[in-house]
Design a protein around this ligand. Sequence first.
Ligand code: IMP
Ligand code: MG
Length: 185
Amino acid sequence: MQPQASKPTEWREIDVIYDPETIAGRVRELGAEVTEYYDSGELLLLGTLKGSFMFMADLVRSIARAHQLEFIVAASYGKGVSSSGHVRLLYDPQAVFEGKHVLLIEDIVDSGATLNRLVRLLRTRDPLSLDICTLLHKHLAADLQLEPRFVGFDAPADFLVGYGLDYAERYRHLPFIGIMQEVDG
Ligand code: IMP
Ligand code: MG
């Protein structure tokens, strides 16, 4: 049979930039950094869903000190590849933040709109400290309220998918992170 000039497969549209081993190694290092940084006090990890679910699951297993975890849901992207700039809070946990070290866990910092909104909100809840740990940082945001203290990778400005990151809710399950290429057919 003649090979078909078919549409590219789901896999071929994505160029892998961080493979599973690279991610696992860096996440273990981040866990060690977090463990060392917080030498006393109550620690609360606050993950942003859905993007950080896989990162959070791996990170907490590398943090060798007691901590609690919660999730918060904010949405800034619609179905496209660029931020709408408008951040909606879809789920806000009822947990007490007062007197705790709160570490916000993000999948990726792009425009910074989501982080700025969350940082402003969390500061009103009197945490003992507030810091950010992001797996990926595009370094595009001009006016971040708070620079991430822990960064997994300095990421390219491309649109990335996998390891929690989606494009229109697809690709979150991929065990690697890749650049999503424009589909040409
Ligand atoms: P920001 O508000 O523009 O910084 O975007 C933050 C959120 O948008 C992240 O938590 C992601 O959910 C999503 N996002 C930003 N950049 C990307 C990307 O390259 N791929 C997939 N999702 C992204
Ligand atoms: Mg997200």
